[in-house]
Design a protein around this ligand. Structure first.
Ligand SMILES: O=C(O)CCC(=O)C(=O)O
Length: 344
């Protein structure tokens, strides 16, 4: 058997253990401490400080008006969507090779980078109630995964993530509140819920299903830690009740061989657009591996499979099928399937 260990990488590769892979499958999430170096995260922290202070801006996002007091400026931004399309720094974190190393093992080997969000979550700012990310970002087949990078220490007081272990086995519950764009009321045999993501458990009826588990774990994190979570797992966060910020950079990905009918702000239109064949993969970046489906190049040229296939694309010069497998040392590695003359 040939193991994929001898290819060239420009970064110190993160090797995912088989035990981590199993924990992700068992719990629906995986917390990896110190995955991103402190000096890298510090750059992201500095950028958001400068935004709040009005010293820098993100293209397309207005700066806080000059007349605001410092306290008002601090809560001016809550969450910025898709910063990787406007800012090199955000694209760099979306395609961060050590984050993608983990994704490769959990949902790969072929990884498509779809979405980014920058959470400011300053003192007093709101949390996000129980929800399932695959409801908002459909991928077919559903291979969605989020990677939540802590910029600040996150704890119970300032609104860390809370996960419901085991809930990744649940189906997606459609939201019939008539408010969200994706609301769907035509399904008779699947319980629909109301107001997913609303922090009030009385209004957000997904909470009734989530709280039946009777266990929810808080995921306290240090800057540079990354929490990976599947698209079906019930999760939420609470309001920041502390005097400290709780910033996070969140990215979403899927297997690059899933069809993605989603683009930020436009998935419903694409479903109805026969011309587009309900697929917007061409807008999303191939982070790792290869795919038969379309993909985009990174706008700011950060290295990934799309623009550096010799580093991050196919890693064997043969056409054998490859899968992520466990090796004898307990790590997840990319292995070609042997050409055998017997079948299963
Ligand atoms: O960071 C948070 O407070 C919530 C993040 C979240 O739930 C998500 O990205 O799906």
């Amino acid at each position: 058997m040939v193991l994929a260990g001898n290819f060239t990488r420009e970064h110190e590769q993160y090797q995912v253990r088989v035990d981590d892979y199993k924990a992700f499958r068992r719990d629906g999430f995986l917390h990896i401490k110190g995955l991103v170096a402190p000096d890298e995260v510090a750059e992201l922290a500095q950028f958001t400080d400068d935004m709040i202070a009005g010293k820098t801006t993100m293209p397309g996002i207005p700066a806080p008006p000059a007349h605001l007091s410092e306290a008002e400026r601090r809560v001016y931004y809550e969450r910025i969507h898709m910063p990787h399309r406007a800012l090199e720094l955000a694209e760099r974190f979306l395609l961060h090779p050590r984050i993608v190393d983990v994704l490769e093992a959990l949902i790969g080997p072929d990884v498509l980078a779809l979405q980014t969000m920058l959470f400011f979550k300053q003192p007093g700012q709101a949390g996000q109630g129980f929800h399932q990310d695959s409801y908002y970002i459909p991928t077919q087949p559903d291979t969605l995964i989020g990677a939540w990078l802590a910029i600040d220490p996150a704890d119970e007081e300032n609104g860390c993530l809370w996960m419901t272990p085991g809930s990744q086995h649940e189906p997606i519950y459609p939201d019939c509140d008539g408010v969200t764009q994706q609301g769907d009321t035509i399904l008779s045999d699947i319980e629909s819920i109301k107001s997913a993501s609303h922090p009030d458990v009385e209004r957000n009826t997904l909470a009734r299903i989530a709280l039946q588990y009777g266990k929810e774990v808080k995921v306290e994190a240090e800057p540079g830690d990354v929490v990976f979570f599947g698209g079906h797992v019930f999760h939420r966060s609470h309001q920041n009740m502390s005097q400290h910020s709780r910033r996070a950079f969140v990215s979403h990905y899927c297997n690059a061989r899933s069809r993605v009918p989603w683009d930020h702000g436009g998935n419903r239109a694409q479903y109805e657009d026969a011309e587009a064949n309900a697929m917007r993969n061409d807008l999303h970046i191939l982070a790792r591996g290869a795919t038969h489906l379309p993909y985009a190049q990174p706008k700011f040229g950060n290295l990934c499979a799309a623009n550096a296939p010799e580093l991050y694309g196919e890693r064997f010069d043969d056409n054998r099928v490859k899968s992520m497998m466990g090796d004898e040392f307990g790590f997840m590695v990319l292995v070609p399937h042997e050409d055998v003359d017997h079948d299963h």
